[in-house]
Ligand binder design. Structure first.
Ligand code: SF4
Length: 64
């Protein structure tokens, strides 16, 4: 599983970072989240799916 953030949609609330900090970093200065893992380990997939569901603007996109 690979994901990316659509920065046209991301509103920078940092919620994904709260749900799964192992995958999403949050830059306080730029007020934006970043994906810091190339390939999501299966052990984290459930929490990443939770972050995707809870992202209010649907900015987290699954690539494969
Ligand atoms: S939860 Fe969605 S809107 Fe919020 S920082 Fe993460 S990607 Fe952006």
């Amino acid at each position: 599983m690979k994901i990316k953030i659509d920065y046209d949609l991301c509103m920078g609330d940092g919620h994904c970072n709260e749900v799964c900090p192992e995958v999403f970093a949050y830059d306080d200065e730029k007020t934006e989240a970043r994906v810091i893992v190339e390939e999501i380990p299966s052990s984290l997939e459930e929490r990443v799916k939770q972050a995707i569901e809870e992202c209010d603007t649907d900015a987290i996109l699954v690539e494969e």
